[in-house]
Design a protein around this ligand. Sequence first.
Ligand code: AMP
Ligand code: GLY
Length: 436
Amino acid sequence: MKMMVVGGGGREHALAWALARSPTVQAVFVAPGNAGTALEAKAAAGPGRKLRNVNLAVDDFEALARFAKHEALALTVVGPEAPLVAGVREYFDARGLPCFGPSKAAARLEGSKAFAKAFMARHGIPTARSETFTDAEAATRYIRARGAPIVVKADGLAAGKGVVVVRQDAAQAEAAARAMLSGERFGAAGRQVVVEDFLVGEEASFICVCDGRRAVPLATAQDHKPRDEGDRGPNTGGMGAYSPAPVVSRAVHDRVMASVVRPVLNGMAADGAAYQGFLYAGLMVAPDGAVQVVEFNCRFGDPEAQPVLMRLRSDFAALCLAAAQGRLPPEELDWDPRPALGVVLAAGGYPGAYRGGDVITGLAAETPDTKVFHAGTVDRDGQVVTSGGRVLCVVGMGEDLAVAAKRAYQRAAGIRWRGVYYRRDIGFRALNRANV
Ligand code: AMP
Ligand code: GLY
């Protein structure tokens, strides 16, 4: 069978590569893909040889559906949130084309933070106390009354930049809320804001494959959102990730399934928006093991997908297909027990302004137990050049996390371009924990 992945980032490279590992899959098209998904076809061996880029935009539903129909695709797997929130699933459903990803109504869990908070309150899912505002005066009064630390979030999609965490000076939170509500900061996405209590603990990414009624958890992961070492500096889409997440103990895992994942599946079904697709719960795990939901995403994480899917041994294509048909198998998934760790190589300046068009060298020097997933890259006359903020994710695997990190960093050290930037401390929490 043939499949398609919609998107062109590092997550989509990993999704396509994982689908292609299935012996029943002959081809995986990536729309639009990147230089990494294009290069796979030229590799000497490996599942990636089944990958083909197709030059279609993620928001061109008509062209995507036409291609899916023409190629008689067994499944289209949607990577990013924007087309899901805009209703790509309904568009495919209406034409009888198999598609994996939540409907527009279900994707509101990510598309509207106000909806997600109200949904969690309605279904008793643990999350920080919050209020939702459209009026700046009311928001200001609430922020003054609660005081710092406090968190202000734009309601709609803001490319991971719509969250302002204020640790000390509540006036900064008031200013952020006013800028959002005036439409200055995020346009329509900020016309409503959620003001939320600050949560203390360690974050984890808990991602499940859902078939509308049931959820199968994937291996856990943790990512590093801040740009700089020690988890400082501005927030980004994610500067590195590793799997598994040691903070998610067996007890925490069971708690998340019982108090978060199952209530989401049941609640969405009861509300008439059964959830099918990847469900990403961003969690805060308190020192005593209590779990709160920081956010939901209606998609796989990026860069979590890269290390998580490196570890998956089960047939990923069969899993996605079964989920899309509402018949997830009851068995647990089979994982490589070795940890995997991915380091994001970014263009200097990201998440602010950065340059594109720099030639990347050193990509071909393969080393054992590593893989380079591409994100913002394009092929320019046979050379791979940068074309985005997050450019590559170099993943290493090893018998423990320290070895996985060493392999990833050794491979990363051989890859160069003018202005390459990456953190040298990905995995520090888990590595410190292992040293205690
Ligand atoms: P979000 O886009 O909702 O994941 O928020 C981005 C990041 O902001 C999260 O990964 C957290 O690091 C931080 N954050 C969001 N909400 C809170 C909260 N209530 N308390 C502490 N940190 C938060
Ligand atoms: N890495 C965080 C995210 O995908 O939202």
